[in-house]
Design a protein around this ligand. Structure first.
Ligand SMILES: [Zn+2]
Ligand SMILES: [Zn+2]
Length: 103
């Protein structure tokens, strides 16, 4: 330990350490990371398919709203998706897939 450090009063040491402490990392992806792998894989398959032009985003099949997300009834068939707006997506999960989070 260098001398300047040894000579620091304890409260200055704490202050110094606090400043150097890395900021607590935001973890927006925590929930994502906790998703089952097949769910994540299905999501990425759709994402890539849209990017590659193999799949087109469509309006909500219930109400026709344009802003939709791909919904999977069966994650083992990642390209079989339903296009649902946020509202109807959530509804479908509540009705048919109890306990599952909308994705
Ligand atoms: Zn809708
Ligand atoms: Zn869904």
């Amino acid at each position: 330990m260098r001398e300047w450090w040894t000579n620091l009063p304890p409260e200055r040491k704490r202050e110094y350490l606090d400043k150097r402490k890395p900021k607590p990392r935001k973890r927006p992806n925590k929930r994502w990371a906790e998703l089952p792998l097949e769910k994540r894989r299905a999501h990425w398959t759709v994402h890539n398919a849209i990017r590659d032009g193999r799949l087109m985003k469509e309006p909500c099949e219930v109400c026709g709203v344009e802003k939709t997300d791909a919904h999977h009834d069966d994650y083992s068939k990642p390209l079989e998706v339903r296009w649902l707006c946020r509202k109807h997506h959530g509804e479908r999960h509540r009705k048919y897939l109890s306990g599952m989070e909308a994705f």
